[in-house]
Design a protein around this ligand. Structure first.
Ligand code: BGP
Length: 465
């Protein structure tokens, strides 16, 4: 069967500043939370590989963009590092950063690759974190000023902007589950950070509108469907609660300009609501996006709680549900994540039916594999598993589009194997393999396959289905 995509469909991949640029000493960049935390607790990073050693895009961007073109990308998302552009978080702009991002954007456009630019991908400048990060309302203002600086500097050429990448992950990692700095475990503070992040998002959207920039602005969310174990009322309620906490806490304000009443009622019941100021609701209303990026890797499966909560335990999302392992689930054993391709279709149909069919694209999807060298034959990684992973997801995206979804593109995570937060280079995701010793980039079989998909704006699967 032929899977043909709409004209002008965006084919590309995604990456982020902190994961690819590498720290280049003397270029004016200051520390973000990752640079700082890595020095404090290097043992938290897989094999001790720290954020200084990411894939040197800062030095090799021209070559790398050439490699994107070689596999027919027509678009690419990366982020601007706030700690590079405005090293103190507020105040002076770093001219070397302006030159670098100008060069990257110009080179992309020169090669026919549309730049999609995100303003914040998990990388709070340490100067801002030191005054409380998004717990402090001053940081909302600082972020809005930083966003405005980006629009003014690059808005003449960048037409697709994103305020945040997966804001819920910063909240989960930094304030609930201890996998990002500042390693706080406190739901109430997490709730404040989540709310203030959306205020910062909305302020950035307002600045964008005030400047009358020609282009569109959105947010990238990891919309993880919460599938209940059964249709028992308690399982359904557990899944509803997960959906409220992990998806709708960002999706509803971003698209509808308001929080779901059920979420507010739930947080109120457990005394976890953040403080709200008089103008906040108005600000959130004005943060409605033009487009949305969807990151999708794995589903969430849940069931009603099986056991009572310990009376002394502090409130956590897990008070409301237990995870559920579906028997027979398909797994990516390397990353330990379930593969459920239909999830991407369910997300797109949900946006079509419940969110006004807002224009959207798949901004990340991918398969991390540990020890990929084992699949190398004559110097090339034969990643047929990745080709299968992408094509099976693309079939569901194709079906959703045929049924009216406004999905306009697909970006793979990622382009060249890159550094992955605490996991360092453990799981490889790229179309290009990165040799850590020589920094050499070698195309994988999936990269060649994807080049043809992009060229033909689709693919053929004789097996169909
Ligand atoms: C997403 C992030 C990416 C990237 C990806 C892969 O959540 O936006 O930055 O890291 O996940 O996940 P991981 O690196 O944890 O394997």
């Amino acid at each position: 069967m032929q899977y043909q995509f709409p004209n002008n469909f965006y084919w590309g991949s995604a990456a982020s500043a902190a994961q690819t640029e590498g720290t280049t000493l003397g270029d004016g960049k200051s520390d973000n939370i990752w640079d700082h935390w890595a020095r404090q607790e290097p043992n938290r990073f897989f094999n001790g590989v720290l954020p200084t050693e990411t894939s040197t895009f800062y030095d090799h961007f021209r070559n790398d963009i050439g490699l994107m073109k070689a596999i027919n990308h027509n678009s690419f998302r990366t982020s601007i590092a706030w700690s590079r552009l405005i090293p103190d978080g507020v105040g002076d702009v770093n001219p070397q950063a302006v030159e670098f991002y100008n060069n990257v954007i110009d080179e992309l456009i020169e090669q026919g690759i549309e730049p999609f630019i995100c303003l914040f991908h998990f990388d709070m400048p340490i100067a801002m974190q030191n005054i409380g990060g998004f717990e402090n309302r001053d940081v909302i203002e600082a972020y809005a000023n930083y966003a405005q600086t980006c629009f003014e500097l690059f808005g003449d050429r960048v037409k697709h902007w994103f305020t945040f990448n997966e804001p819920i992950v910063t909240v989960e990692g930094g304030y609930l589950y201890d996998f990002h700095y500042p390693n706080i475990v406190d739901f109430k503070r997490a709730s404040v950070v989540a709310f203030h992040t959306m205020l910062a998002h909305a302020q950035a959207v307002m600045r964008f509108r005030q400047l009358n920039i020609d282009g569109q602005i959105g947010i990238v969310l990891n919309l993880t469907p919460s599938y209940p174990r059964s249709d028992n009322a308690n399982d359904l309620l557990a899944s509803h609660h997960c959906d409220l906490l992990f998806n709708r806490s960002f999706l509803d304000p971003a698209v509808k300009g308001e929080y779901p009443q059920d979420l507010l009622t739930l947080l109120k019941k457990y005394d976890q609501l953040p403080a709200v100021e008089a103008s906040d609701c108005d600000v959130i209303q004005q943060g409605k996006v033009d487009i949305i990026g969807i990151n999708y890797y794995q589903p969430r499966r849940v069931q009603a709680k099986l056991h009572a909560i310990h009376p002394d335990a502090q409130f956590m999302p897990e008070w409301l549900f237990d995870s559920y392992e579906m028997p027979g689930r398909k797994m990516n054993p390397h990353r330990g994540w379930e593969i459920y391709e239909k999830g991407v279709y369910d997300i797109l149909i949900n946006l079509r039916d419940n969110y006004g069919n807002l224009p959207c694209y798949i901004s990340e999807n991918g398969m991390g594999v540990q020890g990929e060298d084992a699949f190398s034959v004559n110097g090339q990684i034969q990643d047929d598993y990745r080709i299968e992973f992408v094509s099976e997801h693309l079939k569901w995206i194709h079906k959703a589009i045929n049924e009216g979804s406004a999905c306009f593109g697909y970006h793979m995570w990622t382009f060249i194997d890159n550094w992955s937060w605490c996991n360092g280079y453990k799981n490889r995701y790229g179309f290009y393999q990165l040799d850590l010793n020589t920094q050499e980039r070698r195309i994988k079989k999936s990269g060649q396959w994807y080049a043809n998909v992009a060229k033909n704006n689709g693919f053929n699967d004789p097996q169909g289905g």
